[in-house]
Each structure stands twice: as structure tokens, then as C-alpha cells.
Design a protein around this ligand. Structure first.
Ligand SMILES: Nc1nc2c(c(=O)[nH]1)N[C@H]1C(S)=C(S)[C@@H](COP(=O)(O)O)O[C@H]1N2
Ligand SMILES: [Mo]
Length: 417
């Protein structure tokens, strides 16, 4: 399966006139908020740290320069040097929307969160009511796109060509979904809960982005309706004023600009659960281009992975001097038990030390290994993480047609001078 470059882009679902107007709305929302000076996306080619030469970057409202995948809808990737911090800064946090009809301003006087469906007393809440009538709770958790690292699959697959930066780690603060559902009074026989945002499908025959969780998951302690990210309001592009936070699960469930929560007495059906985000139903969620899986399930928990974030270009590593190999690891919440590092392309492995797990089991966990290369030349660095529930990274033929869940051991070449 060989794709032409233009086929690697998401299709543009809307006519250009509308796109432009929406884009300008975004720009003017930016200007009105006064939070930054550049009110339109500026395309430049820079080669600062960990932005590959020639990579296009863009600066969107409330955002730092990020790697540009598409501008309509905005799909922006985090340069990996930001992962040298445990919490990914809001302005550097990746952005992914499916449709370009995204909210560009919110009037909090009229914004309401609705909780309804199969409940005794439907709720209609302003942001203030949500903040003041319910207990606040915080959790640090990784938000990772199902298609993170999709560009590394061979043969290539269509969809956003992310490298490793379609993820981020943040402290999410908000109210427990469970508390909202209990206040509304879930009726017996509830099966699923669906979540809809303020973004709209571009055509009448396209499905609004709606996701669903099973009722037990929705009533668990960890799922939040968050109004803050790293102790600040969510950036507009990351779902202001509210988003669902589903620790350990892929970001597709983390519905942004959340406005509607519906309890259902039957299984939810809709394009974004029934047709999109399906994975082959086998242990590694694999299939081959010649033999596509017919048995599929909705994507759910994240698998274990790790990423070396240092050294990276343009760090200088000198023969005879001690450098630090540093990276991050995470899984779906069992926690990281061990990370091993190789400097010879996976022939030999050494245990790295793990930083404290104070940020919790859904957070990035940092690993470090001092490294004193004896001679100059090219070294193949690699890392592999192990979890408390016995999972670990390995090298295998990991492929699925949507380019989801990549977690094979990756190599990175570092030149020692
Ligand atoms: N309302 C809405 N929520 C959404 C989406 C969307 O298109 N619309 N995309 C989902 C997907 S696929 C991802 S990867 C994450 C991205 O979250 P971020 O933009 O805050 O990084 O948002 C999720 N929530
Ligand atoms: Mo995603």
C-alpha cells in the first residue's frame, strides 16, 4: 500500500469560504482575549531544538510554536524537548480536532453543561455552579492521541502523520463525573454515558463528534469533568471551558468543549464509536495489509511506552564526558516498574533510575541513566519500559490500518564527538 503525499493528509471536509471565516473567527477571538500578540498562525521554518529542519511550525492563539500537521482543523504537535518537564506547559500541549467547526470563543453567561437522558433530575449548570456546587479534585494524567507516532508505521497508513509529540502530561482539576451523575440521579438500567462537545460536523450527513463510556467506568472515581489544566483555565484549543478527562484511556475519549452528558438505557451507537477508533481484537491489536481484522473493538486503555527526550539535537555529547540519558515512560495506570536503556541498538540493556512517582500512576514517570561514551561515533539509543502488571515494550511487527497504539521499542541515533 503506497500512498501519495496528499493522501496522507486528513480530507478537508469543508468549502474554503467557510473555512476562512472560521479561521478568521479564531484569529479575532485571539485578538480579543489579548493574551498574545500574534493573532493569526504564522508559518516559519525554524530549526530550534527537536524541531526537525524543514518542519513547518505554527503559532496559534494561546499556543507556542508547535509542529503543524493541518491548520483546518488545527492539528499541532508538541516538540519533544517540552517533555523534559514533567508537566507539559499548556501553550505547548498538542492539539487535535476532527472538524474545523471548532468553538473559537465562549460566552460564559450563556454556556451551560447539560446532564440528562436516563436520569431522575436533568441538570443544567453554568461554569460557576459546576465549580461551586461540587467538590474539586485533581489528577495528573497523560493525554495521548491514539495515533501518536503514526508516521513511524511501515507500510505507511493514512491519517495525521504524528511523530512522538501527540501526547502531553498535565494536572487536570475539575469535578468527578460520578458526582454529577449522582446529583442527576442515574435511573436503574443505565448502560452507557455519551459526551458531546460544542464543535460541529461540517455537513448534515456527517456525525457530530460524540464518544461514550460504559456506566461503570463513568461512575468510577477517576473520570473528571475538568475546568483547569496545570492550574489555569483550559486553552480554547484544548477544550475551554470543560473537557472530559479519562485517565489511562486514549485521548479520543477526552471530549473537549464538553456541553452535553447523556445517560443511556442502551448501548450508545454513533459513527465515532461504531466505525472510527476500532482496533483489531487480539492481544497486540495487530493486523496486516493483506489480512485486515474483521473482529474489532473500540480502542480503550493505553499500552506501555517510553521515549528518550535527552540527549537530542543540538546537545553535544563528548567522548570521555558524562552525559545523562533521560526520558519518560507511562502506561494506563498500573504504573512503571522498570525502564531499561540500550546504547547499542538493543543488544545490551541497563536499568535506568526512576524519578519519584509523586505525580501518580497516570503521569509521565521520568527515567535517567548517566552515560560516559568512551569513543566518538554514532550510537543507537533505545529504551524499554515495564509495568507493575507485567507488560513491557518489545520489538514486533506492530501494524494496524489506522496507525493506533504504537509502542514498539524505538531507536534514536546520537553522534558523540
Ligand atoms: N469535542 C472534541 N473533543 C475531542 C476531539 C474532537 O475532535 N472534538 N478529538 C479527540 C482526540 S482524537 C484527541 S487526540 C484529543 C486531543 O486533545 P488536545 O487537543 O487537548 O491535545 O481530543 C479529543 N477530544
Ligand atoms: Mo486522537
Amino acid at each position: 500500500m503506497i500512498l501519495k503525499p496528499e493522501e496522507l493528509q486528513d480530507p478537508k471536509p469543508e468549502g474554503d469560504a467557510v473555512s476562512r471565516r472560521r479561521f478568521l473567527q479564531l484569529a479575532s477571538a485571539a485578538a480579543m482575549s489579548g493574551a498574545f500578540s500574534a493573532c493569526h498562525s504564522q508559518y516559519t521554518n525554524t530549526s530550534f531544538i527537536s524541531v526537525p529542519p524543514g518542519q513547518t511550525v505554527a503559532r496559534f492563539p494561546e499556543k507556542a510554536e508547535l509542529l503543524l500537521l493541518t491548520d483546518r482543523p488545527p492539528q499541532l504537535e508538541t516538540p519533544i524537548h517540552y517533555f523534559r518537564e514533567d508537566l507539559t506547559p499548556n501553550e505547548a500541549f498538542f492539539v487535535r480536532w476532527h472538524y474545523e467547526g471548532i468553538p473559537t470563543y465562549i460566552d460564559l453567561r450563556t454556556f451551560r453543561l447539560k446532564v440528562g437522558g436516563h436520569v431522575d433530575k436533568p441538570l443544567t449548570l453554568t461554569l460557576d455552579e459546576l465549580k461551586h456546587q461540587f467538590d474539586a479534585t485533581s489528577i495528573v494524567a497523560v493525554n495521548q492521541c491514539s495515533g501518536n507516532s503514526r508516521s513511524l508505521f511501515l507500510p505507511r497508513v493514512p491519517g495525521g502523520q504524528w511523530k512522538n509529540g501527540a501526547m502531553g502530561n498535565a494536572r487536570w482539576t475539575g469535578v468527578r463525573l460520578k458526582d454529577l451523575l449522582q446529583r442527576a440521579g442515574v435511573k436503574s438500567g443505565a448502560v452507557d454515558v455519551s459526551f458531546g462537545g460544542l464543535d460541529e460536523a461540517p455537513l448534515f450527513n456527517m456525525s457530530k463528534f460524540v464518544k461514550a463510556l460504559g456506566i461503570e467506568h463513568a461512575l468510577s472515581d477517576e473520570v473528571l469533568v475538568a475546568y483547569s489544566m496545570n492550574d489555569k483555565p483550559l486553552p480554547m484549543l484544548n477544550g475551554f471551558p470543560l473537557r472530559l478527562v479519562v485517565p489511562g484511556w486514549y485521548a479520543t475519549y477526552w471530549v473537549k468543549s464538553l456541553a452535553s452528558i447523556k445517560v443511556l438505557p442502551e448501548k450508545f451507537h454513533g459513527f465515532w464509536m461504531d466505525k472510527a477508533y476500532l482496533i483489531p481484537k487480539n492481544a497486540d491489536a495487530v493486523e496486516t495489509p493483506e489480512n485486515l481484522a474483521t473482529d474489532t473493538v473500540p480502542i480503550n486503555k493505553m499500552n506501555v511506552r517510553s521515549l528518550i527526550v535527552s540527549p537530542d539535537l543540538p546537545d553535544l555529547v563528548r567522548a570521555g564526558a558524562t552525559a545523562e540519558i533521560q526520558g519518560i515512560a507511562f502506561d494506563s495506570g498500573s504504573g512503571i516498574s522498570k525502564v531499561e536503556v540500550s546504547i547499542d541498538g538493543g543488544k545490551n540493556w541497563q536499568a535506568a533510575t526512576l524519578d519519584s512517582d509523586a505525580l501518580g500512576k497516570y503521569s509521565f514517570r521520568r527515567f535517567r541513566l548517566p552515560w560516559t561514551p568512551q569513543s566518538s561515533g554514532a550510537y543507537q539509543l533505545a529504551s524499554r519500559a515495564y509495568t507493575n502488571d507485567g507488560k513491557f515494550q518489545r520489538v514486533f511487527d506492530q501494524w494496524n490500518k489506522s496507525g493506533y497504539m504504537r509502542n514498539v521499542i524505538e531507536q534514536r541515533e546520537v553522534t558523540v564527538i
